[in-house]
Each structure stands twice: as structure tokens, then as C-alpha cells.
Write a protein that binds this ligand. Structure first.
Ligand code: HEC
Length: 451
């Protein structure tokens, strides 16, 4: 948790919170009289762990910035922290350590419980630490460029809707991306955004067709996702003239007054110069899902072997409503196995990224296996239709089995054409054939002067 503070809190909150003596010293203990109060004990915890989402204009349903805001929620807060449903976090703590880990300590949970049990007293509100000041709504501060999609109307009737949008990129020189932050404006109904860089000239029609694997996925947004900030010296190239595409997913209950307009933006910060190390996002995928009706334990696997020594920066599991668990396991060339990330209770509502504190350096020949389990039974409360055979597809009611990871090769000379897509071994040949055919097609298109 401390690392989370270093990484994102400095950006998210004013440093006053960290510097405040109340926040620093009193969070673990009640005061001399043994009384736990909001002003001295609970507020600092909420400021550090909750208000990044629980403040006006953010994804959470209520603000927890003041005593007045938080008091009516005291019992729910106790329940949510005791059951560890808040803050949202899904990695099995036995495997790996991640900078986004926002879990409260047992002590902190006990402190909150004690406060609630005592009637949630305010204490002396003059002793409250300063509420964090959010300078700008961009959590990463001033952006070098902000690209905004054309207004899109989510109608009252819409329930589950995907929309691909092309966002004009006005930059006519190569830029190396340092951070990416995505902000939808219709937070009530925006379920996720995926942002891609596409080769110059690629059209929306092509994107809606089958050329998606040629695009580079750079970042996404969903409730709880923090901005992507690359490690100093590592970045992704935004080539001159490259297009940016959003895949927007809106999801809400249909009904009068539920619609609205969305104008999602992506904010980018750039390095001044070229960076030394180019990152690539790898999709480890099983596109051949075939989940039988009622199946509670459908297993799927895919894998990727790194041809050269590599650095892995983060993991992002992605499934839909039947997704039950996902695990990334490395098998090293010496045969040793290590679980890199284990998410035993996947929840579609939270699309989190898990970044180890230091990038994982893996030797050439390391295989990363992605294992996923799906629950298509009626016992899965999220299951929209246990009688359906479910295959891979975009709608929430279809399934996906994707493990994203950002990586680069240690040897800078090898950082060109890094693989960005991995399928199960049985599909590899077929997949290569499709890629080759596509490449030939493209060459023909270019030589015949199309576009
Ligand atoms: C990453 C964003 C995020 C963080 C951090 C977060 N919350 Fe939440 N919280 C949400 C969202 C979104 C909801 C509503 C959806 C849901 O209930 O899953 C919610 C719901 C809740 C609820 C209502 C649950 C219920 O019983 O209906 C409580 C209480 C709560 N949060 C408390 C907290 C506390 C306390 C913290 C910090 C210790 C915290 N949250 C941190 C996003 C967040």
C-alpha cells in the first residue's frame, strides 16, 4: 500500500495529506482516551484509500470527503472494509506484489470498526487533516495534448452498447508517450474505454473489420483504473499521423432519463526526446472459447514464449460476466514455475491492472501461461443466461479470455516487431497463415495504389 501512495497518491492528492502529522502518526492508534474519531483517525484513512474514487465527479456513488458526507455511510463503510470489498482489489496476496495494491491493513480495518461501533463520533473537526485538494481533474496534471471524441449520444433505451470512434491526432511528428489518462464524461453509463494506436491511414471501417490485431492497445479506462504512467526511459511511440481509436462500452439500465452525451478524452504526456526502450502490449488470448450451457468450471489456456530476455511491467486480466478466475504463470527455461498473478475471484465490474514494483526480468525462453476459468452455471449471480453456449465476442454477454501485459526486450536492438498477440499452441499455425495472407493482401493493396 505504501508504494501505491508513492506512485499515485502524490499525483492524486495534494501532498498536504501525507505531510500532515495526523495522517502520519495517528492512523494506527486511538487517542489517549481510547476514543476513535473521524477527524483524527478515520478521515486520514479515507483520504488515503478511498477519495480517489469517492469524491464528486468520480466513479463512486458517494463522496467521503467530509464528516457530513461520510457519517450516513458509517455502517456500510464498516461492512465494506471488513469484507474487503472496498477498496476493490482481487489479487491473491500469496503471489506477487503490486503497486496498485490498496488493501487496508487489519489494524486499519479494526480502527474503522471501532469508530463505527462507538457511534461514529466526529471528534474535534478542527483537528481534521486538510481535505485533499484536486488541482485539476486530470490526475496526472497538465497534459501535453488532450484528444476528445465527437459527442456521442447514449439513448435512454440503450442498455449494452459498443461504439468504435476515431479520434483525430493533430500531431505531425513522432512522439514518445510518457503517460496516458482517459476520462469519460458520461461516467453514469461508461463501462470501459480501450484506446489504441493504429497505423497511419487506417480507417474506422477497417477497425470495425478484422484488422484490430495490427493496432497497439495503449491503455484503458474502467472504474478504478489509475492512469498509465510509464517508468522513466520506457515509452510507447505515437507515430506521426497515427490514428487513435477508442472502443467505448456503455452499459446501464435502460429507462427514461438514463441517457446522456459522452465525450471521452485521452490525455497524453510526452517525453521531450526519443526514449531508449519501446514498450509493447502483448495480448495472450484464447479466441476459441466454447463454453457449454450450465458449465461451472470451463477451463481455457493460452501462452506466450519470450524469444529474448524481456522485462514485464504489468498484467491486466480481461474476461466478461462468466469470468471466474485468471492466473499468469511463468515457466523458466530451467523448468522452475512461478505464479506471477493470481486472481481467484474475478469481477467484471473492475478492470484492474497489476504492476509489480519492479519490472520482472525473464530470461529468453520463458513461457508465460494464462489460465482462465469460466462459470456458466446458474450459481454465478452475474450470469445473464446459463442456457447459452458462449463464445468469444465483444458483447458483455459473449466472453473474452485475454491477459494483457506490457513488455519490452532488454536488448534494445531487438525492440522492433515485438510480438503483440499470442494464441494457444494448437492454433498457432492457423494464426500465422491468417497473418501472412493479410500481409500479402496489404502489399497488393499498396502496390495497386489503393488508399
Ligand atoms: C477504485 C475506486 C474506489 C475506491 C478506491 C474505493 N471505492 Fe468504494 N466504491 C466504489 C464504487 C464504484 C462503488 C459503487 C459500486 C460498488 O458498490 O461496487 C463503491 C461503493 C462503496 C460503498 C457502498 C457499498 C455498499 O454496501 O453498497 C462503500 C461503503 C464504499 N464504497 C466504501 C469505500 C471505502 C471505505 C473505501 C476506502 C477504504 C473505498 N470505498 C474505496 C469505488 C471505490
Amino acid at each position: 500500500m505504501k508504494r501505491l501512495l508513492l506512485l499515485s497518491l502524490a499525483a492524486l492528492l495534494s501532498l498536504a495529506v501525507l505531510a500532515s502529522p495526523a495522517a502520519a502518526s495517528n492512523t494506527n492508534n486511538a487517542d489517549a482516551k481510547g476514543e476513535v474519531t473521524f477527524s483524527e483517525h478515520v478521515a486520514p484513512l479515507l483520504f488515503q484509500n478511498c477519495v480517489s474514487c469517492h469524491r464528486p465527479g468520480q466513479v463512486a456513488p458517494m463522496s467521503l470527503l467530509s464528516y457530513k458526507d461520510a457519517r450516513p455511510w458509517a455502517r456500510s463503510i464498516k461492512r465494506a472494509v471488513a469484507q474487503r470489498t472496498m477498496p476493490p482489489w482481487f489479487a491473491n496476496p500469496e503471489h506477487g506484489e503490486f503497486v496498485e495494491d490498496a488493501r487496508l491493513t487489519d489494524q486499519e480495518i479494526a480502527l474503522i470498526s471501532k469508530w463505527v461501533d462507538a457511534g461514529a463520533p466526529s471528534g474535534d473537526l478542527d483537528k481534521m487533516p486538510e481535505a485533499p485538494v484536486f488541482e485539476t481533474d486530470w490526475q496526472t496534471g497538465k497534459q501535453d495534448v488532450i484528444l476528445t471524441m465527437d459527442p456521442f449520444e447514449i439513448t435512454d433505451e440503450m442498455e449494452d452498447h459498443y461504439e468504435w470512434v476515431q479520434v483525430t491526432n493533430p500531431l505531425n511528428e513522432d512522439k514518445w508517450i510518457k503517460s496516458i489518462e482517459i476520462r469519460p464524461t458520461f461516467t453514469e453509463g461508461a463501462h470501459h474505454n480501450l484506446t489504441y494506436i493504429a497505423p497511419p491511414g487506417m480507417t474506422l471501417d477497417e477497425v470495425e473489420g478484422l484488422r484490430r490485431t495490427e493496432m497497439d492497445f495503449i491503455a484503458g479506462w474502467a472504474p478504478g483504473v489509475v492512469p498509465m504512467i510509464y517508468r522513466e526511459g520506457y515509452g510507447k511511440l505515437l507515430p506521426a499521423g497515427a490514428s487513435i481509436f477508442f472502443q467505448m462500452h456503455y452499459h446501464k439500465d435502460p429507462g427514461e432519463g438514463t441517457g446522456g452525451i459522452d465525450e471521452t478524452s485521452v490525455g497524453l504526456k510526452f517525453y521531450d526526446d526519443e526514449v531508449d526502450n519501446a514498450l509493447t502490449t502483448l495480448w495472450i488470448v484464447d479466441p476459441a472459447l466454447q463454453i457449454p450451457p450450465g458449465e461451472a468450471n470451463y477451463q481455457s489456456a493460452s501462452e506466450h514464449t519470450f524469444e529474448h530476455e524481456a522485462l514485464i511491467f504489468n498484467f491486466t486480466p480481461h474476461m466478461h460476466l462468466r469470468g471466474k478466475s485468471m492466473r499468469f504463470t511463468a515457466t523458466y527455461p530451467d523448468g522452475k514455475e512461478e505464479i506471477l498473478l493470481d486472481v481467484p475471484d474475478y469481477d467484471f465490474n473492475w478492470q484492474l491492472t497489476y504492476s509489480p514494483p519492479e519490472p520482472l526480468k525473464v530470461p529468453a525462453g520463458t513461457k508465460v501461461v494464462l489460465d482462465a476459468v469460466f462459470d456458466n452455471s446458474a450459481e454465478n449471480p452475474a450470469n445473464p443466461d446459463p442456457s447459452a453456449t458462449v463464445t468469444f465476442g465483444e458483447a458483455t454477454t459473449d466472453e473474452m479470455m485475454i491477459g494483457f501485459l506490457d513488455y519490452t526486450y532488454v536488448d534494445q536492438g531487438k525492440q522492433v516487431d515485438m510480438p503483440n498477440y499470442a494464441v494457444p499452441p494448437a492454433m498457432k499455425e492457423q494464426w500465422e497463415r491468417i497473418r501472412q495472407l493479410r500481409r500479402q493482401q496489404e502489399e497488393q493493396d499498396t502496390t495497386s495504389g489503393r488508399d
